[in-house]
Design a protein around this ligand. Structure first.
Ligand code: PLP
Length: 377
C-alpha cells in the first residue's frame, strides 16, 4: 500500500510511520478475548517503563479519548472532599485545567504567571505554606501553547515538601523529552498516543502512583466514564478497559511502542532536537522571531511572531504549505499574532529543510519581504 507522506508541524497528532498506520489492519477481534487483554497488559507496562517507573509503585490506566480526557480524569478523580488543587498556570493548557475545575466545581487556586515567564518558585512555596488544604499541585510540563518548559522537578519537590502530591500534564513531552517519575518528583503524569509516541488519536493514559489511586476509591465521584479508580480497578480485575476500547488504535499503539523502544529514548530525543534546531535555523534564515527565550523552550514547539508586512497572510501561507505536504499551525497565546512549528512525529531535519524551501517560495509568491520585517527592535 502506498500512502502519501505528509509532514505535520502542528502540535499533534504527529506524522506517523507507515508501519504504525498499517498495524491497524488486523483481523476483527472482540476486545473481551484474553489475547486482547494480554496485549493491553503489555502496553500498560510499557507506558510506565517509558517514564522509568517502578511497576510495583506505578501503574498506567488507559482511556478512550484525546489527551484532554487524561487531564479531566486526573482533576476530577484525585481530589478528596474538602481539599483544593493548586494549579501553576503560565499558559493555555493549565488554563484548560482551570476550566475543567470550573465545570466540576472543584475548589482550586489558580496561581498565574506570564505566558513567556517561568513560574516563581517562591510564590508557589508561599501558596503551599499558607494553604494547608491543598491536596495536589498541578501543572503542565511543556506548555504546548507557547513552547515553554516548566521546572517540574523543582515544583514537585515543593509539592512533596508540603505533603501534597504532584500531577503533571506531560502530553507534549512524554516519549520525547526523557522523564523519570522518581527523579522528577512526579506522582501522576499523562499523555496521549498521537503525540510523542507517534501513534493514532483516540487513546490516552494516566501514569501514576498506585497507592494514591487506591486511596482515591474513597474520594468523591464526579464522573462516571472518566473516573480513574473505576477504570483502574477494572484493569486490575479483568485486564481491560471498563467499556469498549478503540481496538485498532490499540494495535497501532502496540506497534508505536515497539518502534519507540527500537529507536531508543536518547536517540529519539536527539532526533527531535535535530528537528527543533533545523526549525530555528530555517526561521532565523528568513528573519522570523519567536516569543519564548530560547533557553526556556522545551525543544518541541516554536511559537513564531507574525512579521509586520502587509503582504503576510497566515492563511495563505498555511494553504500553500498544506498543498505542498506540510501542515503549520496557528498560535495559542492571548492577543499576540503567532503561529507554531513543532518538532513532533516521525520526521527528521531534512524534512524541515524541505519545508523551509516551500516556505521561502510561498513568501516570495506573496511578496513578503525576506528577511521578514518587524517594526519593533
Ligand atoms: C495536546 C495536548 C493535550 C490534549 O489535547 P487534545 O486536543 O485533547 O488531544 C493536553 N495537554 C497538552 C500539554 C497538550 O499538548
Amino acid at each position: 500500500m502506498d500512502i502519501e507522506r505528509k509532514i505535520l508541524l502542528n502540535p499533534g497528532p504527529a506524522t506517523t510511520t507507515d508501519s504504525v498506520k498499517l498495524a491497524q489492519i488486523v483481523p476483527d477481534i472482540c476486545p473481551r478475548e484474553k489475547d486482547f487483554a494480554d496485549l493491553m497488559q503489555g502496553i500498560r507496562e510499557d507506558l510506565v517503563k517509558i517514564v522509568h517507573g517502578d511497576l510495583e509503585k506505578y501503574t498506567s490506566v488507559l482511556f478512550c479519548g484525546s489527551g484532554t480526557i487524561a487531564m479531566d480524569v486526573c482533576l476530577n478523580s484525585l481530589l478528596p472532599a474538602d481539599k483544593k488543587i493548586l494549579i501553576i498556570n503560565n499558559g493555555a493548557y493549565s488554563s484548560r485545567a482551570v476550566e475543567i475545575c470550573n465545570y466540576y466545581n472543584l475548589p482550586y487556586i489558580n496561581l498565574e504567571f506570564e505566558i513567556d515567564a517561568l513560574p516563581d518558585l517562591n510564590k508557589i512555596e508561599k501558596t503551599l505554606s499558607e494553604n494547608k488544604d491543598i491536596a495536589f499541585v498541578y501543572t503542565t510540563h511543556n506548555e504546548t501553547g507557547s513552547g515553554i518548559l516548566n521546572p517540574i522537578r523543582k515544583i514537585g519537590e515543593l509539592a512533596h515538601k508540603y505533603h501534597t502530591f504532584f500531577v503533571v500534564d506531560t502530553t507534549s513531552t512524554y516519549a520525547m523529552r526523557p522523564i523519570n517519575m522518581e527523579e522528577d518528583n512526579i506522582d501522576f503524569c499523562m499523555a496521549s498516543a498521537q503525540k510523542g509516541l507517534m501513534a493514532m488519536t483516540g487513546i490516552s493514559y494516566v501514569i501514576g502512583n498506585r497507592s494514591i489511586i487506591e486511596q482515591s476509591k474513597e474520594f468523591p465521584k464526579r464522573s462516571y466514564y472518566c473516573n480513574l479508580y473505576m477504570q483502574y480497578e477494572y484493569f486490575e480485575k479483568h485486564g481491560e478497559m471498563h467499556f469498549t476500547p478503540p481496538v485498532q488504535t490499540v494495535y497501532a499503539l502496540k506497534q508505536a511502542l515497539s518502534e519507540y523502544f527500537k529507536e531508543g529514548e536518547k536517540e529519539k530525543w536527539n532526533r527531535h532536537t535535530r528537528v527543533f534546531e533545523a526549525i530555528h535555523k530555517g526561521l532565523e534564515e528568513l528573519g522570523f522571531k519567536d516569543i519564548i527565550k530560547r533557553e526556556w523552550q522545551a525543544g518541541l514547539v516554536v511559537t513564531v511572531k507574525y512579521p509586520d508586512d502587509s503582504n503576510w497572510d497566515f492563511n495563505a501561507v498555511h494553504d500553500y504549505c498544506y498543498e505542498h505536504g506540510f501542515t503549520i499551525y496557528p498560535g495559542k497565546i492571548g492577543n499576540q499574532h503567532t503561529f507554531r512549528l513543532c518538532a513532533l512525529g516521525a520526521i527528521d531535519a531534512d524534512d524541515i529543510e524541505k519545508f523551509f524551501q516551500v516556505m521561502r517560495e510561498c513568501l516570495c509568491k506573496l511578496h513578503v519581504k525576506i528577511p521578514v520585517n518587524y517594526n519593533e527592535v
